[in-house]
Design a protein around this ligand. Structure first.
Ligand code: V47
Length: 354
């Protein structure tokens, strides 16, 4: 362990086995190592943005076992918003000062490509300065397949219609065996990474998530991080890594052991150390709870996502995020935890230091 600590302190890269061993380190030693990396980059700054999540449809042709959002036996309330309904939501949200809309849908094979893409064009026409973060690689794969488009063609259409950056959803866990068990039929790991690589090659930025705390084991998480690090070495296009803690309600995944808070904090810390080429580690308060996200700031995380306003995917599975967080509450929480709240834009330019 001493050798690994030396390497980390000297800013040398840890390999797979060393990264896995970090889980055996005591929480506080590990946390301190991650915190030193975070402090070196950002001091006590903690980033957030004022954003609105919109999930315009929950009708999905895929069946991911962990998903409680998609309309099925456990959630028998299918919905698909019209463009006008989505525009009304955006209009209201802009009055509250949002700088970003984060739009993620299910894979709805009834609505067609123009329903998916036209809304971005309409939003951009009305609000040219609003950043549109939209379409996960899983959606891109679904739309490419169902419209006989190559990924390159699909990406051109996204850019043409006003998408600014891609969210990190749909990555789940890259290990093929686990992926087969939790989301058979969804975009493959290889294609998820390919789509982001092509997006980055067009000069665009994206995020990357990891869904953990279900049936995967520690080595699967490290493998996930290693594949991300490799792609990031090639493209440099990822802004943030977002570990998503599995939410257990209303879905079909049978999980026996849930991660402890210690295990979650260790995962944040290890991601900060392993992903030495990704600038931001996001403690997404929706899945890790507000309290643990605030503590995660001391374990490598530097970003808390945003106010969100409304969220449907994770709250369907039990997260307490359905109504977002108020801006002043968000700022106070960060300040009270000893950090400096910094409002950022979607590309991490600093907008306001509170
Ligand atoms: O892709 C689904 C996950 C993701 C569950 O890029 C679940 O800035 C936990 O990707 N328990 C959507 N997670 C959310 C997402 C995201 C969120 C915040 C910021 C960004 C970003 C991206 O939610 C899905 C899936 O991996 N998810 N069900 C569940 N039961």
């Amino acid at each position: 362990m001493k050798k690994i600590i030396e390497k980390i302190k000297n800013d040398e890269r840890v390999d797979f086995d060393e990264a896995l061993k970090l889980y055996d380190m005591d929480l506080f030693t590990l946390g301190k190592l991650a915190d030193e990396k975070r402090e070196k980059r950002y001091g006590k700054k903690s980033f957030f943005n004022i954003n609105r999540h919109i999930n315009p449809t929950n009708e999905c042709k895929d069946i991911c076992k962990f998903c409680a959002f998609s309309a099925n036996r456990k959630n028998p309330n299918p919905y698909t918003m019209s463009h006008d309904e989505i525009l009304d939501i955006v209009k209201d949200a802009t009055k509250e000062g949002i700088k970003e809309v984060h739009i993620v849908s299910a894979h709805n094979d009834k609505v067609g490509l123009e329903w998916y893409l036209g809304i971005f064009r309409k939003i951009k026409d009305l609000y040219p300065d609003l950043h549109i973060k939209a379409l996960t690689a899983a959606e891109v794969n679904f739309l490419s397949e169902s419209n006989s488009l190559s990924y390159e063609e699909m990406i051109e259409l996204m850019i043409k219609n006003g998408v600014d950056s891609m969210p990190g959803g749909g990555a789940e866990i890259f290990d093929e065996e686990v992926r087969e068990r939790i989301c058979k039929g969804k975009v493959s790991s290889q294609n998820w990474l390919k789509i982001h690589e092509l997006w980055h090659k067009r000069g665009r930025k994206s995020n990357v998530t990891m869904l953990f705390g279900h049936i995967e084991k520690r080595p699967h998480r490290i493998d996930h991080m290693m594949r991300i690090r490799e792609l990031q070495d090639k493209t440099g296009g990822f802004n943030a890594f977002i570990p998503l803690v599995y939410q257990r309600e209303n879905n079909y995944l049978k999980v026996e052991d849930f991660p402890t808070s210690q295990e979650i904090l260790k995962t944040y810390a290890i991601s900060r150390i392993v992903l030495d080429n990704i600038p931001h580690i996001k403690a997404y308060w929706v899945t890790s709870t507000v309290n643990l996200s605030l503590i995660a700031q001391e374990f490598g995380a530097d970003d808390l996502d945003g106010t969100i306003q409304k969220e449907s995917i994770n709250s369907a599975a039990g997260a307490k995020s359905a109504n977002g967080l108020k801006l002043d509450e968000f700022i106070h929480l960060i300040k009270d935890s000893g950090y400096i709240p910094v409002e950022r834009d979607s590309l991490y330019n600093e907008l306001k230091v509170y």
